[in-house]
Design a protein around this ligand. Sequence first.
Ligand SMILES: O=CC(=O)O
Length: 361
Amino acid sequence: MAMIPGTKNKMERNNINPQDLTMASDANQECFPSNDDLPTVLLHRLPSFNSPLKEILQPHFHLLDPADSPEPATSFLSSHAKSVRALVCIYNTPLSAETLSLLPSLEFIVATSAGVDHIDLEECRGRGIIMTNASKAFAEDAADYAVALLIDVCRRISTADRYVRAGLWQVNRDYPLGFKLGRKRVGIVGLGRIGFEVGKRLEAFGCSIAYNSRQKKPSIPFSYHANVVDLAEDNDALILCCPLTEQTHHIINRQVLEALGKEGVIINVGRGGLIDEELLVKFLSRGDIAGAGLDVFENEPDVPREVFELDNVVLSPHRAIFTPESLEALNELVFTNLKAFFSNKPLQSVFKIEGKDYPVM
Ligand SMILES: O=CC(=O)O
């Protein structure tokens, strides 16, 4: 059986039946009896983005990697990629309509990120290209991180750490109290896989959970708010878990921040562009909201200098999704989806590119 390196234990942990992969693999051996007949997969990456996926996929697919060629990417794609049906987009390598136009046979994009704002979704939708993203592999870790940021902001853990390290405990024993998390009302913006995992975790802390999403989800027990201003008004904290699209750009604007109010906290594990960052900094500096936990920023890796001075903000360098375990799960997901695509089996973590409204992450 073809097994991707380092996945056996993980598959057992995740209750994936190794037989499913055996069957897919056997089916592929029938379809692709020799190395020459391996299905072709295009890697789309910036030359600086190396990924272990390359080594993992190499034995199973014929990989085209323009980043390894001395030819400019556009001429490489024009001459070698006309018949490519599947592409793996590594991290947030931009995938524009122009690049897509060089790939007339493309049917399937495997995004190795949860957010896909670097991919021209409108073009993909118009051409009926199917896409899978990485939210299945990343949801639990992203949700843990969002909750950790919320606890950190409420209980002032990072600030306390700085206080102890600076030797201030010896000088002043009166470190200010933080806020209890239990029984807080938390509003989740974007109830996809990540948002749902956040809700599950916070329910266990005794929080009440509400959400805003494109549509109410009948099977979900959390209360639904059709707009984000109402969600902010009715909750103590907002957690942003939705993808960045034209519609969600600056979804956190003045009205939302005012509705959240002086006691309100905002956590962002989605994308920096979801928040009007300049405005957020003003609200934080003036104490017009209570605090923020930010893993993502509008112009990464640049972070507005003003927040460095603020003790009510916890900063993180876009790391919410990353653990060795989530990366292992990603490798497995990509491999499984490519195998499934080439053998007409169901795909996992399909990203629905629907209309202009925001899809789930
Ligand atoms: O932010 C990370 C991702 O979208 O995967």
